[in-house]
Design a protein around this ligand. Structure first.
Ligand code: NOJ
Ligand code: CA
Length: 546
């Protein structure tokens, strides 16, 4: 048992992680499979129709059975409820809808017993407008709290041309006529990181949760925090996408000072063995993204290229090759993402119905072969499609702020179907309606059904995770990517062994020459004949080379 594996703040006598990495191996996070739990939609323990910590705790055995290494939980803090918890009222507390701090401690302890690490979300770019600091600043323009935000004196026009990512101007008025900055919803005022109190308070927050045994943080809007000191106009026209900001928004994002924050946060984490920071860095230039993961900054930054790629070999090859190159240059692992709570579900992105599902299955093998860490969004292991959420049930500020022009993100946030009953087992029997309506046909995607079906997506994920754990070439090695027409090949090498992940993205069966052993296939119809593997359309295989 290695001392470095016991999280700081762990009560004496608690068992360490059950799947520790031997001391000579790489840190766990470099190749971890991290399961993203959208807390509100995962499992409802108390029957109010809202997912919570007790519900998640009860489902930990499922995650252990699946074989992931860690879970990242979307914000669990008391919140104004304007942006799915990303408008935080108190960073060192738990929203009563989800439980309390002792539930987080119990979750961490239970997870540890199962060999699972818990990563929290932290939101440093903005608070809720209900945060006591913002309330104090509203009440008194001269309060010290006012300098922790970006206020401007009353004037006819807003201070500059900045736009909110959710639509409309990035400035709103206070009741006394001042302007304040919010790069997201008006209920999410941006913090002024040039006030040292802000930095001090966040370091307290990090320690508060690290002392409770969490294994790190996913850092929201890590490319934000600092703004141009003179609040100059952005030079270019605003493009209303959630990801990939570039020089046209040079004054709002990616200011050089932010890197010092990550250096300080890294040194805080360094005091807590085996913890990590993974940043959300939505910049168009991948080399700029990678800079956030230099050795003394965030341990990793999420790579969203695959999430945005069309089902075509050039797009996927570019997404993989450019990320390997950019992160390789700073010595950081790539953190691959195929789905999250901000994007349409991949089954639907890849064409929907059977085709979309076949592609999503193939994409899962691709994701889990690549060197680095892999982020799996809850429900993707069930092959959930984007849900239709009627307008009257929608919650996402993107829908409202765009006047209904943008559908918003509710369709990828619908509660998990656990069983095939009418309520899909999300809540205990007799509970309130779920916070977002679950489509009736989702019963067929239920965990209970898929666990009984060896051909299900769920079993594919489970098998892939088990094979990945056995083969160092998968996840921990090095990789090269190549294409031949509609066939994409990622050649992964680790500890002297090679595994190829071959994906047929075309419409005809492809023949792949191989003398190796097929370890796993994403769908039916794969067969070997005379030293070649027949790969049906929208199918992937893992082949261990001799
Ligand atoms: C990124 C989060 O993933 C998204 O859900 C949120 O709306 C914005 N950051 C603002 O916090
Ligand atoms: Ca609940």
């Amino acid at each position: 048992m290695s001392a470095r594996l016991v999280a700081a703040g762990t009560a004496a006598g608690q068992q360490p992680w059950s799947r520790p990495a031997p001391a000579q191996e790489q840190p766990w996070w470099r190749s971890a499979v991290v399961y993203q739990v959208y807390l509100r939609s995962f499992a409802d323990g108390n029957g109010d129709g809202i997912g919570d910590l007790a519900g998640l705790r009860a489902r930990l055995p499922y995650l252990s059975w699946l074989g992931v290494d860690a879970l990242w939980i979307n914000p669990h803090y008391p919140s104004g409820g304007a942006d799915g918890g990303y408008d935080v009222v108190d960073y060192r507390a738990v929203d009563p809808e989800y439980g309390d701090v002792s539930d987080v401690e119990a979750l961490v302890a239970d997870a540890r017993q199962l060999g699972l690490r818990v990563v929290l979300d932290v939101v440093p770019n903005h608070t809720s407008d209900r945060h006591p600091w913002f309330q104090a600043a509203l009440a008194d323009p001269d309060a010290p709290e006012a300098s922790r935000y970006h206020f401007a004196p009353p004037s006819e026009e807003p201070p500059n041309n900045w736009r909110s990512l959710f639509g409309g101007p990035a400035w709103s008025r206070t009741p006394d006529g001042r302007w304040y900055l919010h790069l997201f919803a008006p209920e999410q005022p941006d913090l002024n990181w040039r006030d040292p109190v802000v930095a001090e308070d966040f370091e307290r927050t990090l320690r508060f949760w690290l002392d409770r045994g969490v294994s790190g943080f996913r850092v929201d809007v890590a490319y934000g925090l600092y703004k141009d000191p003179e609040l100059r106009d952005n030079p270019g026209s605003y493009s209303p996408t959630l990801f990939g900001h570039g020089p046209e928004q040079a004054m709002t994002w990616n200011q050089p000072e932010v890197h010092d924050v990550w250096r300080r946060w890294r040194s805080v984490c360094d005091e807590y063995p085996d913890t990590m920071l993974v940043g959300e860095v939505c910049l168009a230039d991948l080399d700029e993204v990678a800079l956030y993961s230099r050795p003394d900054e965030l341990h990793q930054s999420l790579s969203f290229r695959l999430l945005k790629s069309r089902w075509e070999t050039p797009a996927f090859a570019e997404a993989i090759g450019s990320a390997l190159d950019a992160f390789g240059r700073v010595g950081a692992p790539v953190s691959w993402v195929l789905g999250n709570h901000d994007k349409d579900r991949m089954v639907s992105r890849f064409g929907g119905s059977e085709t979309g599902l076949a592609r999503a299955r193939a994409a899962a093998l691709l994701l889990l072969s690549l060197p680095g860490s892999a982020y799996v969004y809850a429900g993707d292991e069930l092959g959930l499609p984007q849900a239709h959420v009627p307008d009257e049930a929608k919650q996402d500020p993107i829908f409202f702020r765009s006047g209904g022009e943008r559908a918003g993100r509710d369709g990828c946030r619908v509660p998990m179907p656990w069983n095939a009953t009418a309520g899909v087992g999300f809540s205990p029997a007799g509970a309130a309606k779920p916070w977002l309506p679950v489509p009736a046909e989702w019963r067929r995607h239920a965990v209970s059904r898929q666990t009984r079906d060896s051909g299900s997506v769920l079993h594919l994920y489970r098998e892939a995770l088990a094979v990945r754990a056995e083969h160092p070439a998968l996840g921990t090695g090095e990789a090269t990517v190549s294409t031949r027409g509609d066939v994409l090949t990622v050649r992964c090498t680790g500890q002297g062994r090679t595994v190829r992940c071959v994906v047929n993205m075309g419409t005809d069966t492809a023949w792949v020459r191989s003398r190796g052993e097929v370890l796993l296939e994403s769908g039916p119809g794969v067969h070997t004949s005379a030293g070649s593997v027949a790969l049906p359309p929208d199918t992937a295989v893992w082949i261990a080379e001799d």
